[in-house]
Design a protein around this ligand. Sequence first.
Ligand SMILES: [Zn+2]
Length: 346
Amino acid sequence: GSKAVRRIFTILLIGIFYKIAMRAQPRLGLLTSCPDGEKAWPKKYPFCGGVFQSPIDFHKDILQYDSNLLPLEFVGYNVPSTDQFTLTNNGHSVKMYLSPTMYIRNLPFEYAASQLHLHWGNRNKSEGSEHTIGGKHFAAELHIVHYNSEKYPDITAAMDKADGLAVLAILLEIGPFNPTYEKIFRHFRNVKYKDQMALVPGFNIQELLPNRLDEYYRYEGSLTTPPCYPSVLWTVFRHPVKISQEQLRALETAMYCTESDDPEPLEMVDNFRHVQKFDERLVFISFHEGKLHDEKKKSCIYLVLCIKSPKCCREAMKQVAVLTFTFNFFLWKRNFPKKSKPKSKN
Ligand SMILES: [Zn+2]
């Protein structure tokens, strides 16, 4: 009895110490982060407290399948290495300017590329995506911003118009090293501080996107930073892209919101906006919900795939058992009357 009590007490103590240690951590560092205080945004920027705000959480109740949502097509995304992109630290994110010769087809208008940037968490909490799926955060999120080049001459003219912008969102999670993302990340050391710039040789921007371009969430929302204009047609890809733990760490620790000569440098961390209320609106999806699961089940019929997953194997065995049983039952039913017939004749 007393042994168990002592053990529980020890566990509790460890737990309390752990909590205190975790809480003390940010204070131990001299540097603090630079949150913009998103709660105060609406005061200065009324749109931030308005309608159609982003990001949002994608959950079952608001999703609706739409068969008209075609895979997007990207024109001019494969940029030769002789061209160069400008990468900059704008004090809120790391941003790379893109050329309007890159554009998206298959949206209601033609949308030309303007810039891409990232949102991320911090080294202790790698949950920096803006959009969430079923309440789940991803490690980080890439945004590729486009403007309606059919109706407006440039992004400034387009950004406050209802049909002005189209943003592609790519969720990032930890996995193997990603050589394409490294083409941007390797320049972080040159844009550590606000207003610094670096040149990035051209590469195929489409390689930053997931392989599956046909499955995505589509809704009408806003910029996730002030002035929060409700002018964005969002495409959030269903499948995340993987970057390595080291690459994510580099993103989470490389930059400061402050200029290089600032005596009190502020780390650029947690530069994501929290999810916004989303009622009386729908998110359209280009895929059938739960298709991932169904596909797995279907493929389980083929025992060949058993080698790949024990869970799949169990499912396949179950299906084989059911089939065998049904088949035997059918045989038994067919044979039964034959056996009983001669008996009735006697
Ligand atoms: Zn963004």
